[in-house]
Write a protein that binds this ligand. Structure first.
Ligand SMILES: Nc1nc2c(ncn2[C@@H]2O[C@H](COP(=O)(O)OP(=O)(O)OP(=O)(O)O)[C@@H](O)[C@H]2O)c(=O)[nH]1
Ligand SMILES: [Zn+2]
Length: 205
């Protein structure tokens, strides 16, 4: 029997100058769904080096529309800055809007949160699990970029476990607790209480 078609494929790469420095954008596609994902790389490294990376889940409202309802935009900016300061690193930008439920369902979930539900209750009220994200594409992205050892910028232990399960060596976690606002404090507290995030309690006072 011939091999089944690969679940994900690398498509193309190009230079991506940004406000922070010159990155390279690498495009990938999920074969079954045609869902597109990108990685942004900066600088160079040896194959066995520990490379600072962030797995960033798409958040149109936070990343592109300056929302302060969540911390995503602040984290993305800080991660890009960190990488340029380190001299090298990668953002795996996964198109998992709304923790995997999509943009319009996230807006429905926000609407329920406007009436008093928390982020988990809202997802469940809509018939979704609290977090539907799948990180398996990260393996192809990291292999394509010759990365085996990482320092992961995150507050979410699930991302560490997902990388470890795919054979990536997570040498260190770098907390990324920037962007606490009056608008997102309750959301961040819920993530800590119900979704297992690790957050410096002093920052949530
Ligand atoms: N369903 C839903 N998704 C949300 C909500 N607020 C933010 N998101 C999405 O959550 C994702 C980001 O997840 P977070 O829980 O903020 O952070 P994380 O990626 O798990 O962890 P970090 O690496 O620490 O940032 C993005 O896809 C956002 O669009 C919400 O209230 N409901
Ligand atoms: Zn967000």
């Amino acid at each position: 029997m011939s091999d089944p078609s690969p679940a994900y494929e690398f498509v193309s790469r190009a230079k991506l100058p940004t406000r922070f420095g010159e990155f390279t954008i690498h495009g990938f596609v999920e074969t079954a769904t045609q869902q597109e994902h990108v990685a942004l790389s900066y600088g160079t490294w040896k194959t066995n080096a520990v490379v600072p990376i962030r797995i960033h889940s798409e958040c149109l409202t936070g990343d592109a529309l300056f929302s302060t309802r969540c911390d995503c935009g602040f984290q993305l900016e800080k991660a890009l800055q960190n990488i340029v300061e380190y001299g090298h690193g990668v953002i795996l930008y996964l198109r998992q809007e709304g923790r995997g439920i999509g943009l319009l369902n996230k807006i429905k979930a926000y609407s329920l949160q406007d009436t008093g539900m928390d982020t988990v209750e809202a997802n469940e009220h809509l018939g979704f699990d609290a977090d539907l994200r799948d990180y398996s594409i990260c393996k192809l992205m990291l292999d394509t970029l010759s990365i085996q050892n990482v320092e992961l910028m995150t507050n979410n232990p699930k991302k560490i476990n997902a990388l470890k399960k795919m054979g990536i060596n997570v040498v260190k976690r770098k907390p990324i607790d920037h962007g606490v606002t009056d608008d997102n404090k309750h959301y961040l507290m819920t993530k800590t209480a119900k979704l297992g995030h690790v957050f410096n309690p002093d920052k949530l006072k």
